[in-house]
Design a protein. Structure first.
Ligand SMILES: [Zn+2]
Length: 355
């Protein structure tokens, strides 16, 4: 389907949709996998296919979205029907929802924003693309599900790409929360952005009196809630992933929010070290998944964790049933293994690139 037809089909009178749709001509956003850089011959190298097969086995039938990463090593695997980030942004936002007693989703079909409620206010994880989305999806969505945006005390941003920090400016002006990035990504934003798009809000400037520059192993605390920070470089050099507890009734589940999934380095010279750090981070993380019994594995793009579909399942339950976000530690291990094996296959294909 041509983009014009797509837009016509998704047109509605909502001004928010109009504002987001008009951005569609500006090229692809940061977190989409980069495809087409590896030739058919490189993709067919037996070592590449061996790791892609290992990824397929790890994905089973329940973790197929993570196999999108395989298309970087083997462009033949690309699904021609998959929508671009711009097309996903143009869709009406899905309804906000409650995943656990203390974890809520407010996001679009493209990018997620998670709200963690604590005894002393709300922590947001990421802030979407721009002011418009912060106002019409995050702020409006929070009100719809009974959360008061004035209670936002912190925004933790997983990495310095605009689809995660673009809405920070709006929320900062309205509510004055602390803005927390990794030290490395604060540095990246203050010098040279890796990616920028005209439809992204401007990167925030750090106020050292209240904005944290996070390092691996740091613990963020608000009220009764602690979030452990793990540096998981690759997607950006300073990408952070977050470990925390979620609650449902009397039950508590250890949760891992992965901060940057796609291999979007293109053919930049440092791609080999970036993918190696991703390979190392996913290996370390899957060991932690078993050690800490991490039963919930979520993402900041719901194309991976299928958060929108899982929330629809919860909404359709007539009484509290099995929570689809609780996948178990073995499945968390497998998801990280899919990512790890796809990254390894991509690295081998790149090693066999002449250019
Ligand atoms: Zn990104």
């Amino acid at each position: 389907m041509k983009i014009f037809d797509f837009l016509k089909n998704t047109a509605n009178n909502d001004s928010t949709q109009f504002n987001r749709r008009k951005f569609i001509n500006f090229g692809c956003a940061c977190c989409f996998t980069t495809v087409g850089l590896i030739s058919k011959a490189q993709a067919q190298i037996p070592e590449v296919q061996k790791h892609l097969n290992a990824a397929r086995v790890a994905a089973g039938k329940d973790l197929l979205p993570y196999l999108k990463l395989a298309e970087v090593a083997d462009p033949a695997l690309r699904d021609p029907k998959s929508l671009t980030p711009q097309q996903l942004m143009a869709l009406p936002a899905p309804p906000p929802g409650k995943a656990f007693d203390n974890l809520y989703f407010v996001g679009s079909k493209w990018v997620s924003c998670w709200a963690i409620t604590t005894s002393d206010g709300i922590i947001l994880i990421d802030a979407m693309d721009n002011d418009d989305e912060a106002e019409h999806i995050i702020e409006k969505g929070m009100r719809e599900i009974g959360l008061d945006p004035a209670q936002i005390k912190m925004i933790v941003v997983t990495h310095a790409h605009g689809d995660h920090y673009g809405g920070v400016g709006y929320l900062k002006r309205r509510y004055g929360p602390g803005i927390h990035f990794s030290e490395i990504d604060w540095q990246m934003m203050s010098t040279q952005l890796e990616f920028d798009r005209p439809y992204w809000g401007r990167p925030p400037k750090r106020d050292p009196s209240k904005d944290l520059a996070l390092r691996n192993g740091d613990v963020i605390q608000l009220g009764n809630t602690k979030i452990e920070v793990m540096l998981t470089p690759g997607h950006t050099v300073g990408t952070i992933s977050l470990l925390f507890d979620v609650h449902q009734g009397q039950k508590t589940y250890r949760t891992f929010l992965w901060g940057g999934t796609a291999f979007n380095f293109g053919m930049r010279p440092e791609r080999m070290s970036r993918i190696q750090s991703y390979i190392d981070a996913t290996d370390k993380a899957r060991q932690i998944a078993l050690q800490q019994n991490i039963e919930v594995f979520i993402s900041n793009h719901n194309g991976y964790d299928e958060a929108v579909e899982k929330l629809a399942t919860i909404r359709a339950q007539s009484q509290v049933g099995k929570n689809p976000f609780v996948i178990g530690a073995q499945a968390t291990y497998r998801a990280l293994t899919v990512m790890h094996e796809c990254a390894t296959a991509t690295q081998i294909a790149w090693q066999n690139t002449k250019s």
